[in-house]
Design a protein around this ligand. Structure first.
Ligand code: AOF
Ligand code: ZN
Length: 358
């Protein structure tokens, strides 16, 4: 009986430390693309003696920061890491070698790295060096943490999420819920998670700086503005913190160009989602949020194309305490989408739904 209790205790501890890794990794929400968020803790005699996370592509990996933090205490300790340690020379040297050099005794891995240049080679290298390795602790949590990165790694395409609001009787609404908009609240956190946000120009022509977070150190996603109206003048306030790019279908005259206030503008024959995603991919952006507000017509073709070509992965919906909804604005979300893993939570008077497309 004693042995069983001890065994259960130690299993629970492994989960505890991997969850801690996930918490640490989240300090870099939105900041690591095209790399994943990763967290690491070093544990010795039941105490955390080192911790770290990957802050940004090009900077050291989570394991390196955690090992530095632990110093000599890493010897004979257990390293917990949310993603398999890498075994290649990329922008940084292999984490496997750092763990071996630090003489850790054991490594607990949340999930195998789907990157084909890693894909279990890190685990094999550690085992070859005589280090005990456990794989798949809190695996679902670790996968959810980097779901956008996993998707782009496996498909070569950015992960796309649709966001919209609706009334209780099922009409799409052109507004956000009150509780959702609080500074530092749900909506601002949602924006932080994505590398790029696609907005309708009518929403942004008034105040382009509003969607990006002003919290220090927060990710400032690229703001992609869909502007089909050639007369539209986009004003970027001097307080704007994140980069803005305007996608338009109309050639703009030099006169109009001047009125764009120096905002980078990309002209397409026809704005389509595949081109938007291609653009994001070239910029190393792995995730895109389509914020369906403003002029719904801006999104019509994109929604049609996204459904037909299976380019959408996730949706987040706000159900507001409103019965009604204007029929003047209509957002035609195609009906043949099948969804899975629907979850909900309540925030003030708003119900937040989240789910995935099959
Ligand atoms: C880890 N720990 O913290 C991260 C890992 O170009 P590099 O050197 O930054 O390598 C990027 C790849 O390494 C990335 O695609 C992913 O497979 C892995 N990320 N691995 O051991 C980390 N961020
Ligand atoms: Zn690494």
């Amino acid at each position: 009986v004693f042995a069983t209790v001890r065994c259960e205790g130690s299993l629970q501890d492994e989960g505890f430390y991997v969850r801690k890794c996930v918490e640490l990794a989240k300090k870099a929400i939105g900041c690591t693309s095209p790399n994943p968020m990763v967290g690491c803790v070093i544990v010795k005699d039941g105490k955390i003696v080192g911790q770290g996370f990957h802050p940004k592509a090009g900077q050291p990996h989570a394991e390196v920061f955690a090992l530095r933090d632990a110093g000599e205490l890493a010897e004979n300790a257990t390293a917990y890491v949310s993603l398999e340690p890498c075994n290649h020379y990329g922008r940084t040297p292999p984490c496997t070698e750092a763990l071996i050099k630090a003489k850790v005794k054991k490594v607990v891995v949340g999930m195998v790295d789907p990157n084909p240049i890693v894909a279990s080679k890190g685990i094999d290298r550690l085992r070859d060096a005589g280090i005990e390795v456990t794989v798949g602790v809190e695996e679902e949590l670790c996968k959810k943490l980097i779901e956008t990165w996993i998707h782009q790694m496996l498909t070569g395409k950015p992960f796309v999420t649709l966001r919209y609001s609706m009334s209780v009787n099922g009409h799409v609404l052109n507004q956000l819920g009150d509780a959702v908009q609080e500074p530092g609240g749900y909506y601002s956190k949602l924006l932080q998670e994505y590398d790029a946000i696609v907005f309708s120009s009518t929403l942004l022509s008034k105040n382009l700086s509003s969607p990006a977070s002003k919290e220090p150190g927060a990710n400032q996603p690229l703001q992609i503005v869909l502007a089909n109206d050639p007369d539209l003048s986009i004003q970027i306030p001097s307080t704007a913190t994140s980069k803005v790019i305007v996608f338009t279908e109309k050639e703009i005259s030099s006169e109009q160009e001047a009125s764009q206030n120096g905002v980078e503008t990309v002209v397409f024959d026809r704005i389509n989602l595949a081109l938007i995603l291609e653009y994001c991919k070239r910029q190393g952006l792995c995730s895109v949020l389509l914020d369906l507000r403003g002029n719904f017509a801006d999104f019509e073709e994109i929604l049609k194309e996204g459904t037909e070509l299976d380019l959408f992965q996730k949706f987040v919906v706000e159900v507001l305490p409103i019965w009604g909804g204007s029929k003047e604005v209509s957002l035609n979300i195609p009906e043949n989408l099948r969804v899975k893993n629907l979850t909900s939570k309540v925030l003030g008077e708003t119900v937040l739904l989240e789910g995935y497309f099959k």
